[in-house]
Design a protein around this ligand. Structure first.
Ligand SMILES: C[S@@+](CC[C@H](N)C(=O)[O-])C[C@H]1O[C@@H](n2cnc3c(N)ncnc32)[C@H](O)[C@@H]1O
Length: 189
């Protein structure tokens, strides 16, 4: 599910993918973990930049990780478990470039509330899919056991989300956290 078969439509890579490619410009051939590839728009950019793309669980630790518009799905508990797996798949101090849902997103509070800060749309392209939203305090709290935070910022992303991801209901008022963080040392199981 996390690296599913690509739908046919690709868009430009996510800005965080471009930031990561720039960060790794001195590491040709480096192994990058991608979580939630969707249309493959970021995968294509990483490969075109000469990087090697891995998915969970990689057979060797990776030098960086990228996840855009995927760590929005689930619950705090499922994300914590996924963040553990991501951190364990990375070299110590390797950067994670990732997006998370913000409580300032217009979808926060809509649909069915499964648990605090988790809402499930009743209709549209993502009907039935749990979405989890963070304020800064809770985002820092879920990241810091596993990562040291380099930067956090909230960004309006209506024009960044791929149209293919929401073909019948384009986003209005979507706000995501853009995060750069570094893996703490976590032993692999
Ligand atoms: C909107 S796509 C984003 C794709 C790509 N990273 C991008 O930015 O274009 C969402 C991705 O999240 C993944 N995903 C992760 N957890 C999920 C969940 N609980 N339910 C549905 N999709 C989930 C999907 O498999 C999919 O690859």
């Amino acid at each position: 599910m996390l690296n599913d078969s690509p739908p046919p439509v690709h868009g430009p890579p996510h800005p965080l993918a471009l930031d990561l490619i720039e960060r790794l410009s001195d590491h040709p051939g480096a192994r990058v973990l991608e979580i939630g590839s969707g249309s493959g728009r970021n995968t294509r950019a990483l490969v075109a930049a000469g990087l090697r793309v891995c998915s969970l669980p990689p057979d060797e630790r990776c030098i960086a990780a990228l996840s855009t518009h995927a760590l929005l799905h689930g619950t705090p508990a499922s994300l914590a478990e996924l963040l553990d797996r991501i951190a364990a798949a990375l070299e110590p101090k390797a950067p994670l470039f990732a997006t998370f849902g913000s409580v300032f997103d217009s979808r926060y509070g809509t649909g069915d509330e499964r648990e605090p800060h988790v809402f499930v749309p009743r209709d549209g392209d993502e009907a039935g899919v749990a979405h989890v939203y963070f304020d800064e305090q809770r985002l820092r709290a879920i990241l810091t056991p596993r990562f040291t935070i380099e930067s956090l910022r909230e960004v309006e992303v209506d024009r960044i989300a791929g149209d293919w991801a929401h073909p019948t209901a384009p986003l209005h008022g979507a706000v995501h956290w853009f995060v750069v963080a570094h893996a703490r040392s976590i032993a692999r199981e």
